[in-house]
Design a protein around this ligand. Structure first.
Ligand code: HEM
Length: 353
């Protein structure tokens, strides 16, 4: 995985190109290499942390909106999470508020065009991704045409919004199905925030170790990309197998993440898979939800920051309940992994410690 021999995408990614054009996910060769190098700083911890206030604001709005589901019947939480993630990603990428959570969702295209009109206006000190892309183009005019800029923006938007929505929805359902695990999360939240809910600060996130272990086990069970594909750019040898130049390679992340050689309880929700001593005994490439090597996900720091903050905010206020077990829910794993019915049913009760 760390090798540049497998940095080129297989032809199967053609269909993503059809929707999103040639952004970082689909590009290969010198164009991808240059764009990745130029764009990487935008996704660094240092840059991404500047967006933390957006993340907190939208987490608080979501928690407020969810109040109406308190003590009600089972509902599909994904619909709420989806709007929250739309608001977060659009503001981070375009610098425009969509107000999807409050029900006044502009269409994506309207947002892009209103953004263009807004460009000449005064900016806050925190620039959205699109402005960083424009800055790169100011310095290196050959970086992207207008059309290529839109390809980059739609690629980043789709890579960010759907993935974060899914992982949050899966995690809430699983915590609802497994109250003993949720109780451990609640203990950690109580220790970190105290008996009364308070706003989550960036400095709180490293304290939430068990919550992070839960998120990682969800990423293991439901890898957003169940498989990835590459083309070998040179002949190479992997153990006893010779891979000829031009050969397509598929890595099934789904099967790797459920391989009993690597995991004590491969098909169960078991956050203890991510205790430090368990990690140290495991192969470093046994857990690759963000892929690994030169084509790994650039959005990992942003994804963890948003997911942890939203969960820590909601779970301080509410206890989640969900029926059934993981084994009873059928999965669909093609371009992404989701519940087959695409329903993420939970109930909410006030959390009282
Ligand atoms: C839980 C959340 C996420 C997961 C599990 C995830 C997973 C992945 C995986 C597995 C890949 C490799 C795909 C392949 O090789 O075919 C990837 C690539 C990528 N992801 Fe993510 N992703 C997440 C969130 C994000 C976010 C938030 C962003 C943007 C802010 C993002 C942007 C990208 C981009 C641009 C690539 C292509 C990188 C390249 O090829 O150079 N992702 N992601």
């Amino acid at each position: 995985m760390p090798s540049m021999i497998f940095a080129n995408k297989d032809e199967i990614y053609r269909f993503i190109k059809f929707f999103n054009g040639e952004g970082l996910v689909t590009a290969s060769g010198p164009k991808w290499k240059r764009d990745r190098r130029l764009m990487s700083p935008i996704f660094s911890h240092k840059t991404v942390e500047k967006y933390y206030p957006i993340c907190v604001e939208q987490s608080n709005i979501l928690t407020d909106i969810l109040k109406k589901e308190l003590d009600q019947k089972t509902f599909n939480v994904k619909k709420y999470i989806n709007r929250c993630c739309t608001d977060i990603t659009t503001e981070i990428i375009l610098g425009t508020k969509t107000h999807a959570q409050s029900g006044a969702l502009d269409t994506f295209l309207e947002t892009v065009s209103s953004k263009n009109k807004q460009l000449s206006n005064e900016r806050d000190s925190v620039l959205p991704f699109v402005d960083y892309l424009l800055q790169i183009r100011d310095e290196i005019p050959s970086f992207a045409t207008d059309k290529e800029l839109i390809h980059h923006i739609t690629t980043i938007y789709t890579a960010a919004e759907d993935t974060i929505t899914s992982i949050l929805s899966f995690t809430l359902v699983l915590l609802g199905m497994y109250p003993k695990i949720q109780n451990k999360v609640a203990e950690e939240l109580k220790e970190t925030f105290g008996l009364e809910p308070r706003e989550v600060k960036l400095e709180d996130l490293p304290q939430l170790r068990y919550l992070l272990m839960c998120i990682k086990d969800v990423l293991r069970l439901f890898p957003i990309a169940p498989f990835i594909m590459r083309i070998a750019s040179e002949d190479c040898q992997i153990e006893k197998w010779t891979i000829p130049k031009g050969c397509s390679i598929m890595v099934s992340i789904y099967n790797l993440h459920r391989n009993p050689d690597h995991w004590d309880k491969p098909n169960e929700f078991y956050p203890e898979h991510f205790l430090p001593e368990a990690i140290s005994k495991r192969h470093p490439y046994a857990f690759i939800p963000f892929s690994s090597g030169p084509r790994s996900c650039v959005g990992k720091p942003l994804a963890y920051m948003v997911i942890q903050t939203i969960l820590a905010t909601i779970l301080q206020h509410y206890e989640v309940e969900a029926d059934g077990t993981l084994q009873e829910k059928s999965l669909k794993a093609d371009i992404s992994t989701r519940f087959k019915d695409d329903l993420y049913p939970i109930r909410l009760k006030q959390r009282i410690y």
